[in-house]
Design a protein around this ligand. Sequence first.
Ligand code: GTP
Length: 306
Amino acid sequence: MKKKVLLMGASGSGKTSMRSLIFSNNPASLTARLGATIDVEQNHVRFLGDLILNLWDLGGQDSFMDSYLTTQRATIFQHVGVMIYVFDVETREMAKDLEYFRDCMTGLKQYSPEAAVFLLVHKMDLVREPRQPTFLKKKQELEEVSGDTQVNVFGTSIYDESLYKAWSNIVHTLIPNAAILSKHLTTFAGACNATEVILFERTTFLVIATSSSPSSPSASPSEETSECEPLDPKRYERTSELIKSFKHSCSRVREEFRALEMELYDFTAVLDEMTRNTYVMVIVHDPTIEAAAVKLNIRLARKKFE
Ligand code: GTP
């Protein structure tokens, strides 16, 4: 199963940088060396067994944009699963960006009316704190331009976890059986007496599915820990970011990342291979459950998830 993903936006807005961070295990510091993308760079990324992402990184220089919107219009905009449009938050050419964006939306509506649209207000790290008002203003502006087309707007930066949050949401819309996976993870969490179970894609470490919210009775923490702090809403994307940089450090010392185990005083976390394309993270707050038992459970559950 192949899904076409368009990555569009003005030249220098950061498209190739985010692609290199998410799909090739590169650190943010290396993105300054990337040259401008000439025309279209197509990549096939195997994502979860059968799902192949056909990623079109479209160079954003005006001459290329003009050609996508005229002679190449049908080729670009047909059979699209998701269009991601990147806006540099600090751009001085917002009016021009919006004009191209409007034209792309018309092309998309014409050839792929069912496609999901994600708008990234990118390079948020360049905005002085507090960043939220700037983001909300941009978001409103983009929603107004999008008219009645439903769009998902995220603030992103390659220097923090926000990029992982946006991209996890993007790939989530492309995974056909995400709801079933969540259900299986909830059952698995119950079997391990885990607070939460999270499934990551192997190369990108994007979150694919999680067990249902920890407030549900099957996965509630044990009584001793019921007064523990509420879980951090950024925990998924923070984990993706941390593991990605840890993997990068491993590769620098020519070691391969395989698994991770942490036993702290109030919780245990085990991260291990689940299937050929996924890793699972199990978080347990029950002090009587040993990491080895969790690992055994993961091993036993593998067949079910393959
Ligand atoms: P074209 O290929 O010409 O369409 O450009 P592009 O959109 O692919 O831009 P590219 O990824 O090459 O990034 C341009 C510059 O922006 C690089 O120097 C990156 O390091 C920088 N950049 C990318 N993302 C961020 C970000 O989140 N924050 C900051 N501060 N800089 C970024």
